[in-house]
Design a binder for this molecule. Structure first.
Ligand code: TYD
Length: 392
């Protein structure tokens, strides 16, 4: 299926950049042989992950706690030996590794986006700024030894050359080590019609079925799975070397569930396309009606995901006055493709609109708790996941 021409989801821009804006066709496809859902076209990695990269993990309190818990569990279950070594692929601003650093555990972040890597370094985290590959892995082994745990959160699904990552993991991992990664989960995307998880960076939308197939070639076996509430529904996958650890019952259960949902059948994705089209027309009906009624609508959260929603649905500044976002690097810029201004949260708080379109729906609980005053002022929320609805 195709979501049409799409800009880079995290490339917030200034008016002088509008004319040269980069577009590509956002077209996910399902392979009925390996069950992978993946983008057919993807921009070059350095178009997406560079020193202007606008995504900082540490913008949410919930995410900070999530990574504390993640690190705690890894320490408890996977770092039993002397002087363990943890590597994180795509460590961003160090939101996960800071927990290992605080415990004095040897760690290394591999982060190609220089600006976010610098934020991690300022916290005292050890980071190398490069893309992960077999060569990088060999160099890390030379300097630090093999890793007890290789971690990645919302990173693995960004790497088109997954076999190069698998080869690197093979070089870097101890015989008893584990690869643990989590990413937005295909089961949730299908169930909730959360098509906004599909954008340039997310070259894959994984399931347990596709992950087991993708890594079996390099001798890694899926041994555990743990559903996560983050990013609107994610899955954590634990892989170990063949024969090192038996898969637990959760793996077989999830694989059965996925077959039951049809995640191994092309027809499921035809239905998904129809659900996306319905979601788009319902959302535009709401926005057009509000516009016709002269209501003020503001977007909440200039998420990467919102780039797909705005460009696929055709949302413009006619529908949305501006988008409120707490990330300083996004403020004062314009959203990719739709060119809607991004303003600091004060712009929202100081002059509440009639409606707020909840682009950051994955943080709904946190946002609702923080924005009670908006609802008390009579403000209403427009939701589009799992269904288009209005709430107060
Ligand atoms: P995120 O959840 O990481 O979504 P994506 O992966 O699609 O980019 O992004 C959340 C965005 O929302 C981020 O730009 C910060 C912003 N945000 C707010 O403006 N206010 C909030 O209260 C929260 C939780 C996030």
């Amino acid at each position: 299926m195709s979501f049409g021409p799409m800009p880079i989801a995290n490339r917030f821009l200034l008016p002088e950049d509008f004319a040269d804006e980069y577009f590509f066709e956002l077209a996910p496809a399902f392979c009925d042989e390996c069950t992978m859902v993946q983008l057919i076209n993807q921009p070059a990695p350095d178009e997406m992950f560079n020193d202007d990269y606008a995504f900082f993990s540490g913008t949410s309190q919930h995410m900070t706690r999530h990574f504390q818990d993640f690190a705690e569990l890894v320490c408890k279950r996977n770092l039993s030996g002397d002087d363990p070594f943890v590597v994180e692929l795509g460590c961003n601003d160090g939101i996960m590794l800071q927990n290992f650093m605080a415990k004095g555990i040897r760690h290394l972040g591999v982060e190609p986006s220089g600006n976010v890597a610098d934020v991690a370094r300022k916290k005292g985290i050890t980071v190398t700024s490069e893309f992960f590959s077999e060569d990088t892995a060999a160099r890390i082994v030379e300097q630090h030894g093999h890793a007890d745990a290789i971690l990645a959160a919302n990173v693995m699904c960004h790497i088109a050359d997954i076999s190069s990552v698998a080869a690197g993991v093979n070089v870097l991992l101890k015989d008893t080590g584990v690869l643990i990664f989590e990413d937005p989960y295909l089961g949730d995307v299908i169930k909730k019609t959360s098509y906004d998880q599909i954008y340039d960076e997310h070259v894959f939308v994984f399931s347990a079925l596709s992950v087991s197939r993708a890594f079996e070639g390099c001798g890694l076996r899926l041994v555990d799975v743990m559903p996560q509430p983050t990013h609107g529904g994610s899955m954590r996958y634990v892989l170990a070397r063949e024969g090192a650890q038996e898969p637990n019952a959760a793996v077989a259960d999830l694989l059965d569930q996925e077959r039951g949902m049809g995640l191994d059948k092309a027809g499921t994705f035809d239905q998904f396309r129809e659900s996306c089209e319905k979601s788009r027309s319902n959302l535009m009906q709401v926005l057009n009606d509000l516009k016709a009624g002269g209501k003020r609508v503001v977007g909440y959260g200039a998420t990467s995901k919102s780039t797909t929603v705005m460009n696929y649905c055709g949302i413009t500044q006619d529908h949305i006055e501006f988008i409120s976002d707490t990330t300083p690097i996004k403020q004062g810029k314009f959203t990719p493709g739709s060119h809607i201004p991004v303003k600091p949260h004060d712009a929202f708080k100081d002059n509440y609109p009639d409606y707020a379109l909840l682009f950051a729906w994955n943080h709904k609980a946190e946002i609702m708790a923080n924005e009670e005053a908006f609802a008390e002022s009579g403000g209403k929320w427009i939701n589009f996941v799992p269904d288009v609805s209005i709430s107060s």
